[in-house]
Design a protein around this ligand. Structure first.
Ligand SMILES: [Zn+2]
Length: 542
């Protein structure tokens, strides 16, 4: 038997095994930027990730340029080619969809004799009417739908067997539940989540923490010690006249130079109890790492560059200073009174946040007086002292504001019970009120109350900015025993201010919660009531 014949037989055998051997399918069919995938040499740290094909749920927290998109796309194409599954590939925006699909999907397909034969490029015309942003729909035997998460309607329109989520941390958090719902009618229900991280405990970092938390260990070829590679323990350089010289990765033990991607390596789990496979991948493992650039970024005095260094460079979450309220802020605001204590006659305001229970916060213009939770909107004769109504009566409140959602009818009714004293608030205002209020400053400009009604609109980010600034800049006192109700500080700390760029490159701030945040919103509503009341009947400077 000739060699060519033997090769052909081997090829046939491999082909018949593609369904069980994802790695063979990859080696035989996949290229990335016209290069074959290489798990034996430079990218062996990725082999285990690709080995997780049968896992229901896989999470990848990674730096940029670490191979996560490649993994997502190749697995999606494999799934439709070998299993006929429907795959939905989510990206944060539709911007550059065409180019993305062209480079990352079309190219490897065109490079493979097998794939090019099986692929049918569908005309998107018919679909386009229904789902506007579904720019590219690829058909092998199954399909891949590419979707941007900005369009809720389009997200809802397609059921799938596997969802691929690329750059989770760039997506609006309220869209995430819609992603999982796409799998509702499937028996397969596989999820793939990948992103560079942003803030701790948010997005991909939260998912990684729920996973089995795999980290890559390499063995030093000189002293044989196993270690993870970190920027602080392993990256070394000299500085001569401000120039970075002789940058290198060293073994943390014997300090000899090593190339992590050439070392023996293995993934170890920090949380083996989880059945979600989670990988932390960073540039220092990759042969294409630009070490000098990374070192330069790490030394930047600009916080946004430091943020980049952590997120994009190291694949680690980073908490910028000032984005979140900390324990010292609360300590700085501590007054000389206890929860519920009012020393002199002052105007009283209350905010109510409506959820499973109703959280409330009582304040004067200068002090937070009380906070907690009640179960009912209205006085309940068999469960006294457990309603929003009784809080209003107890403190003889001058103005209160209540979340208009989700129990709009009850919120309106509560306002009607106390004519002129209640506001039910929506977070929907995009621009400040105009003209007549020009002379006023601050939050008042952002509180729009419908004429002869209690219906109120404000802006979520702006109002929270003003309200949380009270604590940051010590403009409000809090009870000295505030820790007796730990939710108070915890909920406020759980709101984190995040600035993201939209598709047009405009920066946009928002608050995202990293845990329960109800008291923070109750505080915000109380402050809205206060600002409206003081702005409306208080002093005006004319
Ligand atoms: Zn060593």
């Amino acid at each position: 038997m000739g060699l060519a014949m033997a090769d052909k037989i081997i090829q046939e055998i491999r082909k018949s095994k593609w369904k069980e051997r994802y790695d063979w399918w990859l080696e035989d069919n996949w290229t990335s930027r016209n290069k074959r995938i290489d798990f034996k040499n430079e990218r062996k740290y990725l082999k285990e990730l690709y080995g997780c094909f049968d896992k229901q749920k896989v999470v990848v927290m990674s730096s940029s340029q670490a191979g996560k998109t490649e993994w997502l796309i190749s697995e999606a194409v494999y799934s439709i080619d070998q299993f006929n599954w429907n795959c939905i590939y989510f990206l944060p925006t539709e911007k550059n969809f065409g180019q993305f699909v062209n480079e990352r999907v079309d190219e490897p397909i065109t490079n493979s004799q097998h794939l090019i034969k099986s692929v049918k490029q569908e005309k998107t015309q018919g679909l386009k009417d229904k789902v506007k942003d579904s720019v590219a729909v690829k058909k092998l035997k199954g399909r891949i739908y590419f979707k941007g998460t900005q369009n809720t309607l389009s997200m809802k329109s397609t059921p799938g067997d596997v969802v691929y989520v690329d750059e989770l941390d760039e997506m609006d958090t309220d869209k995430v539940p819609l992603i999982q719902k796409r799998l509702h009618n499937s028996n397969i229900k596989k999820e793939r989540w990948a992103s560079t991280p942003t803030l701790p405990n948010l997005g991909i970092h939260a998912k990684y923490k729920e996973s089995d938390q795999r980290e890559y260990f390499v063995q030093c070829p000189h002293c044989k010690k196993w270690q993870t590679i970190t920027f602080w323990d392993n990256v070394k350089w000299e500085e001569i006249d401000g120039e970075i010289k002789n940058e290198r990765i060293e073994c943390a033990y014997c300090h000899k130079k090593i190339l992590p991607y050439k070392c023996e390596g293995e993934w170890r789990k920090n949380n083996p109890k989880s059945d979600v496979a989670g990988f932390y991948i960073h540039q220092l493992l990759s042969p294409t790492c630009d070490l000098k650039e990374l070192i330069k970024q790490s030394k930047s005095p600009v916080e946004s560059e430091i943020e980049q260094f952590y997120n994009q460079g190291l694949g680690l979450p980073f908490e910028p200073k000032g984005s979140k309220i900390s324990d010292s802020h609360f300590e700085n605001c501590k007054g000389d009174y206890k929860i519920g204590e009012i020393k002199e006659k002052e105007d009283i305001f209350v905010g109510f946040d409506v959820g499973k229970v109703i959280h409330y916060l009582v304040m004067t213009p200068t002090k937070i007086i009380d906070f907690g939770e009640v179960d009912h909107f209205f006085k309940d004769e068999v469960d006294l002292d457990n309603s929003a109504e009784e809080i209003i009566e107890k403190y003889n409140v001058d103005q209160f504001a209540i979340d208009a959602m989700p129990e709009t009818r009850d919120s309106i009714e509560l306002c009607h019970k106390f004519p002129g004293r209640g506001l039910y608030v929506y977070y929907g205002l995009d621009k400040p009120k105009k003209d007549e209020y020009e002379e006023r400053e601050g939050l008042f400009k952002w509180i729009e109350v419908e004429k002869n009604a209690d219906k109120t609109e404000t802006n979520r980010t702006v109002s929270l900015d003003y309200t949380l600034a009270l604590i940051r800049s010590r403009k409000i006192q809090i009870p000295l025993d505030y820790r007796n109700y730990p939710e108070f500080a915890d909920h406020i700390k759980n709101l984190v201010r995040v600035v993201r760029e939209d598709t047009k490159g405009n920066k946009k701030a928002s608050y995202e919660e990293i845990g329960p945040d109800h008291i923070a919103h109750a505080f915000n509503y109380a402050n809205i009531a206060k600002e409206f009341y003081l702005g409306d009947v208080g002093l005006t400077f004319l």
